[in-house]
Ligand binder design. Structure first.
Ligand SMILES: [Zn+2]
Length: 142
């Protein structure tokens, strides 16, 4: 099975042909796509995209360092909420990105580490609780 593990299909560049792009990926043998919702403003869009293409798209939720200024402690419970949805398959994207070096490094480092730690803790809680109930889910592995 081929899985595209890093897509930004909610980018406005795909507004005109998002569905065609997803269909073309399938024609090329890509059976699953992981949409990256890496800013608080993208989380709802990621969930919406997976709802529109439930057999094809799943979502990673996180905060890219580029958007760390938009991430407040109050947003963490919202991130945890999205990580517990059936469409979530990963935390991301997060990390210390020096390629797009236009964000405050100290803030990004602190935020990324904090986000990763908290998101990991949230995922651990979910897994220890037996995972997210997914009775009708066709998972990324399926
Ligand atoms: Zn990305």
């Amino acid at each position: 099975m081929l899985i595209d593990t890093h897509a930004h299909l909610n980018d406005e560049k795909f507004n005109a042909d998002r569905g065609a792009v997803i269909a073309r990926a399938g024609e090329l043998g890509i059976q699953k796509i992981v949409e990256i919702a890496c800013a608080p403003g993208e989380w709802a869009l990621g969930e919406k995209l997976t709802a529109a293409y439930p057999d094809k798209v799943r979502c990673a939720f996180g905060v890219h360092p580029e958007y760390i200024k938009d991430f407040t402690p109050a947003a963490l419970p919202e991130l945890e909420k999205y990580l517990q949805t059936p469409c979530a398959v990963a935390v991301g994207e997060i990390g210390l990105d020096y390629y797009w070096d236009d964000h405050p490094r100290d803030l990004a480092q602190g935020g990324a580490v904090g986000t990763a730690a908290n998101a990991t803790a949230a995922l651990r809680q979910i897994l220890q609780a037996g995972g997210v109930p997914r009775p009708q889910r066709q998972g990324i592995r399926g």
